[in-house]
Design a protein around this ligand. Structure first.
Ligand code: IMP
Length: 199
């Protein structure tokens, strides 16, 4: 049985990524969970040395709950391309370089693809909820789809403009936030977390 969040309690969102913060705040708002970001609390951003999404989410959530004394939620996510053996994967943020230039990151994906015809790609979101006593609960969500080039749309963030979810025509960059959340990796992981730990 998963440990549950007490309603009305405070939850630290352990991310400094503005795109993810906005998405989490929107997805959690209907549940009356009071959120504060690790950035607002002045917490440092830990390194992400693990080779997988779940490992990095645990590191980030445990660092934030230890530093704040409140339950903390961390997400480690990324974009995976079948023809690149799952890259950029856990290195998705790093491919954008120090200036966080995702036009550059998307161009690198396209350049490394070459002439192959396998356009399968997916996003992964691993969520970890951690408590100050070291207890953790983890959940993983995936959104399958395909690559497009050139990128399309100005919505969302990161690799959104080059990803069309399975069964759709628009990229995540062209869809509004509500449509993206209907199928996104982060929304799916969060649904699993909410079912197990909230309410
Ligand atoms: P991290 O989890 O903060 O290490 O970074 C994950 C990176 O994956 C982000 O900076 C984005 O580049 C990418 N990413 C994760 N989720 C999404 C998404 O929903 N849309 C676009 N890019 C994403």
């Amino acid at each position: 049985m998963a440990r549950r969040l007490t309603s009305g309690g405070r939850l630290v969102l352990a991310t400094h990524n503005k795109g993810k913060l906005a998405e989490f705040a929107a997805l959690l708002a209907p549940f009356g969970i009071q959120t504060v970001s690790s950035g607002e609390l002045g917490l440092a951003e830990p390194e992400e040395p693990a080779p997988d999404f779940v490992g990095n989410a645990r590191i980030k959530a445990l660092a934030a709950t230890t530093a704040s004394g409140a339950p903390a939620l961390a997400d480690d996510s990324g974009f995976c391309v079948a023809a690149l053996g799952g890259a950029p994967g856990v290195h998705s943020a790093r491919w954008a370089g120090p200036t966080k230039d995702f036009d550059l990151a998307m161009a690198r994906v396209q350049a490394e693809l070459g002439a192959g015809d396998d356009s399968r790609a997916w996003f992964v979101s691993a969520l970890c909820l951690a408590w100050p006593d070291g207890h953790t609960e983890t959940f993983v969500g995936r959104a399958e789809g395909s690559l497009v080039w050139p990128p399309r749309g100005t919505g969302g963030f990161g690799y959104d403009p080059m990803f069309v979810p399975a069964g759709g025509l628009e990229t995540y960059g062209e869809m509004n936030a509500e449509a993206k959340h209907a199928t996104s990796h982060r929304a799916r992981a969060l649904q699993a977390l909410l079912a197990a730990c909230v309410g």
